[in-house]
Design a protein around this ligand. Sequence first.
Ligand code: HEC
Length: 446
Amino acid sequence: MLAFLENRLGLFSWLRELGGTARPPREASFLQGLGFATLCVLALVIVTGIGISFHYVPSADHAYDSIRVLERDVTGGALMRALHYQGTSVLVVLAFLDLCVWFFLGLYKRPREFAWIFGIVLFALIVGGAFTGYLLPWDQNAWFATKVRLGILASAPELGPRIRDILQGGSELGSMSLGRFFTLHTMVVPLLIGLVVVIRGRVMRRHGMSPVGLRVDESPTLQGPFPSRTTWSKAFLGILAVAACFVIADRWPAELEAIADPADSNYQPRPEWYFFGPFELLKFFKGGTEAIGAFWLPNALLVVLVLLPFFDRNPERRLRKRPICLIAGALFLVTIGTLTWRGSQDKPTHYKTPAHPLHATAEMRLGYDLTRKEGCFSCHAWNAPDGIAYGQEDKDAPPMEDIEYDPEDLSELLLEPPEEMPAYPHLSEAQRVAVGKYVESLRSKD
Ligand code: HEC
């Protein structure tokens, strides 16, 4: 039977090849296991992504509610989404750290130039995955942040506006854009990532793991057969990274703001924390020079990194003997660290608006939309039963859960409000009563 499988499928030779023909060098560093840890988190993100997509509806009318139903009614749904969301943060960080390890330990040198280049491509694809996934929940932040990012993309010369229009699929971000982002996020990007991972794996196996601290012309001593010391460090880092995802997802669930309202011109989106640095950098380029910060600088860095193994002919891997790399790398890390820290100091100026009531009547939904549009939450906070505070507290305005008016009385009050509150004569009776119905539903039940 086994001989049959080997003969027909080449199963065992294939497994043997996968199991690593090249034995790692004794000089391998524990940090070289980071690549494997990155793959483990990538697998976690893909599995949770598939789980979410079973429940997700990629249309502007239903995307948001499908995420809420996933979080509320599906067993493990909220955890799944948090793992996908926070796992992506961990993935970006690990892929970045892995590139740093390759840079500082000189692993990109001859003959592993292409493994380094594919590593950069992989990092870019992971960021592309984060970018295309961000729009999918269709909440305020998703919509406005994607709008900003498409604006940045469009500032690239020549092709920029074209690419934006293709991604957007219309003059405004709508269902068409959502469909395109969904296809990119769930098919194109994962396919490319899989392809690059496989190609890179092959390239890596060809020359084996790089020895650390040796010159490129010195040959390494090899570790014992599988499982070697490196196998254990990979397993350790892989388990640690996946465990970290669970801890972070448990502590910081994925956020979901109110459903996207393109008419809300006050909303200021905030990027994920790992994009704080690049966005902070953009602030230095205003008024016609945006393309420098958004396009030329990042792409120049990319080209330099891709070409690095070809113009850095220094045979030394030890950092002490590579002063230019040491200084340039340290400067880069300090810069990106400072920019990220500065970006994190910007507090959002908008307040959080609660999500609309699920499975509500049309009147209730109208009441919600008006309450939101008329800015009631800009003075009346709402402390939801789950402990989240929405809106903005005005010390004279009672919070929503304490308002005891019934819908008809509230409708009257909106015409003749107390002194510190604006009047709403532009709303019809039916609209005012609808607001009353919605406000009534926020009342604390005890
Ligand atoms: C500019 C801030 C502001 C906005 C906007 C605002 N309110 Fe008020 N509202 C107040 C203040 C302040 C009071 C308390 C006045 C007092 O008690 O003298 C108040 C009182 C009320 C009360 C009476 C509460 C009580 O128990 O006495 C209701 C009901 C109410 N607001 C509903 C609304 C609704 C509904 C909206 C949106 C359509 C709204 N408010 C918008 C500031 C605001």
